[in-house]
Write a protein that binds this ligand. Structure first.
Ligand code: AMP
Length: 304
């Protein structure tokens, strides 16, 4: 596999100031793998759902060429459920509930054919499970990980252990501050780099993303969107585009990491334009490429 994706697969209840949807398919692994599927057709997914998870979504993933050998479907079990509510400006959200359900006893088993994956993308799940995954794979070229306030609050020591094993950490601004116990984002990023990762990417919602490698800082804008419908999954979609581009190109040079940040931002900009996975399920390489070029225009300027 070019890319191994492990993460949550969920039924999300999302409330924005304008609309509410109940139990729509989501979860970090779903967003990451759909997003990455526009870049490579060599993706293995490892996750768990209950038998209440819609079959059409599983069929859709299969039709994208995502290998589901690592997907456990628990008979009689309930899928992980999460509910979130966004503030008026859509920049902050409150978690209404997190029901782990089949996730509570999830033991990720990596199928043999996934063990030599080039890139491993650990979506937002319990850091203990993220480490358990890393113990089962043979020396991937790059390990990318994401996390969330829930795990920072509940499994901080385990998260710090996990960070020692990660090459690229992708977090949002609030999570970076929370992990580093540091209000300034640049200082927080530098502190996280000392915890283990070689690269940290801090997403700032409608203010773009910052890539930090040692003393190098690359700042990417967010695409200006006038009608943001639902930011859920934008961070995971970013991770999927970022990982997908690196998996497609087999190049982890600094220049290509910068390009990967723009590809991640490009796919994430489609995600927020609709609810749940609807914004990313009907994309094409052409659409993504056009938006990538639009990012170039957005940041182009003459120095004299
Ligand atoms: P994002 O908006 O990119 O931060 O990701 C939102 C997704 O994360 C939703 O689809 C949720 O189902 C999923 N999620 C929320 N809380 C957790 C958690 N504690 N562990 C794993 N996944 C979660």
């Amino acid at each position: 596999m070019d890319l191994l994706v492990v993460g949550s697969i969920a039924l999300d209840t999302i409330e924005t100031p304008f609309r509410r949807v109940e139990e729509t398919p989501g979860g970090s692994a779903l967003y990451i793998s759909i997003s990455a599927s526009y870049f490579t057709n060599s993706i293995g997914l490892v996750g768990v759902v209950g038998d209440d998870f819609p079959k059409y979504v599983i069929d859709d993933m299969q039709s994208r060429g995502i290998n589901l050998k690592g997907l456990q479907i628990i008979e009689g079990g309930k899928t992980f459920k999460w509910a979130g509510k966004y503030s008026y400006d859509m920049n902050t959200r409150e978690t209404i509930y997190t029901q782990l359900n089949v996730f509570a006893n999830f033991d990720p088993v990596i199928p043999n054919e996934f063990k030599s994956s080039d890139i491993v993308c650990l979506g937002n799940i319990d850091p203990v499970l993220q480490m358990r995954v890393l113990r089962q794979v043979d020396n991937p070229r790059l390990v990318i990980a994401d996390t969330m306030n829930f795990w920072i609050e509940n499994k901080y020591d385990e998260l710090l252990e996990m960070l020692k094993l990660v090459d690229v950490l992708i977090v949002n601004d609030a999570e970076a501050r929370q992990i580093a116990h540091e209000p300034n984002l640049i200082k927080a990023g530098k502190k996280i780099l000392k915890f283990g990762p070689d690269v940290v990417i801090i997403k700032k919602g409608e203010h773009g993303a910052v890539l930090m490698i040692d003393d190098v800082i690359f700042s990417a804008p967010a695409f200006p969107i006038e009608s943001i419908q639902d930011p859920t999954g934008a961070g995971d979609t970013f991770a999927g585009g970022f990982a997908g581009w690196l998996a497609k190109t087999h190049d982890i040079s600094e220049g290509n990491l910068r390009r990967a940040v723009i590809y991640g931002s490009a796919v994430a900009s489609f995600c927020v334009e609709d609810f749940g996975i609807d914004g990313i399920k009907n994309l094409s390489w052409d659409k993504i490429q056009k938006r990538f070029m639009a990012f170039r225009e957005l940041t182009k300027f003459d120095s004299d």
